[in-house]
Design a binder for this molecule. Structure first.
Ligand SMILES: O=C(O)CCC(=O)C(=O)O
Ligand SMILES: [Fe+2]
Length: 344
């Protein structure tokens, strides 16, 4: 069957349109372009490309297929700016229907995928089994469809024509769609089923363990649409969206930035990296500078106490000021909120 390729739909003025928001809410994903400034994407893409070995080299063979050391917060030019970009945070706030200050960052990592000529078998990451991402993001299970708790996204930094390796997604077709049967447990890796990444091995195994559902999984593959991406394009999806990575062109290098935000109250969704504060103490004080120069909203999504939080009192305001004022931190909004609370 021919592959259905889809192209990103442009955003206007760096904002998601109503149709795009509806698409995410109903179909489980939306594929967009022009949300982030192209100069920022180029900056990040160039900086990232220097961090990974050229495809075809011996070093490239040794690069892990998942994640990298390029996690938020990072010194890599553009990584923090993309992660905390107001357009991105606003888009996620629009998708979830919650204020930006109520979002929390749980993932921001930039990784490379290489088109390898030798396949890795069971753990082949190129032609993946169709899956949902929730098992290694949450300790629980996604809540019912109309109460989404998180938005995941893949920001592409490469060009599909050069690299191949679309993300395949299964659009949800209304509340009775059999593909989205509840609970979502019928995939290798969930419950007592072994985790197998590669499609061929995973489906052989699944067919032995759950023969009555093998045809149902085949149907997921038949319904896929594949992203035809350009640098800066973003696919927003969910922890309960069926999707997978598909084979790349041999010898190519694809760079993507994976980001996830959750609702503040959804504490069962894990942060996938070490705590942000762990990056303190560096000689260049890049974490401290990031905190001091971020907006109130950007601080909020990192979990920093917001103006009006019970954390703030005269003493904590003075103490946090003592820690960060040399980097330009303005404690005015925290003080003003406290004054409002304390006013007779
Ligand atoms: O690489 C992609 O396009 C998708 C990867 C993916 O879904 C995953 O690794 O969980
Ligand atoms: Fe995935």
């Amino acid at each position: 069957m021919p592959t259905t390729l889809i192209e990103a739909v442009p955003c206007e003025d760096g904002t998601l349109g109503q149709n795009q928001i509806q698409n995410w809410r109903e179909c489980g994903f939306v594929f967009v372009s022009d949300l982030l400034p192209s100069a920022l994407i180029t900056e990040l893409r160039n900086a990232a490309a220097k961090k990974f070995p050229a495809p075809g080299t011996l070093e490239a063979e040794g690069v892990r297929d998942f994640g990298s050391s390029l996690n938020f917060p990072s010194r890599l030019v553009g990584l923090n700016q993309v992660t905390l970009h107001p357009n991105l945070i606003q888009a996620i706030s629009d998708l979830l229907g919650t204020p930006s200050e109520n979002l929390r960052l749980t993932q921001s990592d930039l990784w490379a995928k290489y088109g390898r000529s030798v396949k890795a078998g069971v753990q082949d990451n190129s032609d993946q089994r169709v899956h949902v991402d929730y098992p290694n993001h949450t300790l629980a299970h996604p809540s019912p469809w109309d109460r989404p708790e998180a938005v995941e996204l893949i920001l592409y930094l490469s060009e599909w024509e050069e690299t191949g390796g679309s993300t395949a997604v299964v659009p949800r077709d209304g509340p009775d769609d059999p593909a989205y049967r509840w609970p979502i447990v019928d995939s290798p890796g969930i419950g007592d089923l072994r985790y197998i990444n590669g499609r061929a091995s995973a489906e052989d195994y699944f067919a032995k363990e759950r023969p009555h559902l093998a045809a149902w999984r085949n149907d997921l593959y038949a319904r896929e649409v594949h992203t035809k991406f350009r640098p800066g394009d973003i696919v927003f999806y969910r922890h309960d969206t069926w999707h997978r990575g598909t084979p790349m062109k041999a010898g190519a290098l694809r760079l993507v930035h994976n980001i996830t935000y959750r609702r503040a109250e959804a504490e069962w969704i894990s942060t996938l990296h070490v705590g942000w504060a762990w990056k303190a103490y560096r000689d260049d004080k890049y974490l401290e500078r990031l905190i001091a120069t971020s907006s109130l909203m950007q601080r909020a999504v990192m979990g920093f106490p917001q103006p009006g939080s019970p954390y703030w009192c005269k003493e904590t305001i003075a103490a946090v000021e003592a820690r960060y004022s040399m980097f330009g931190m303005d404690m005015g909004p925290y003080r003003a909120a406290l004054d409002r609370v304390e006013a007779p």
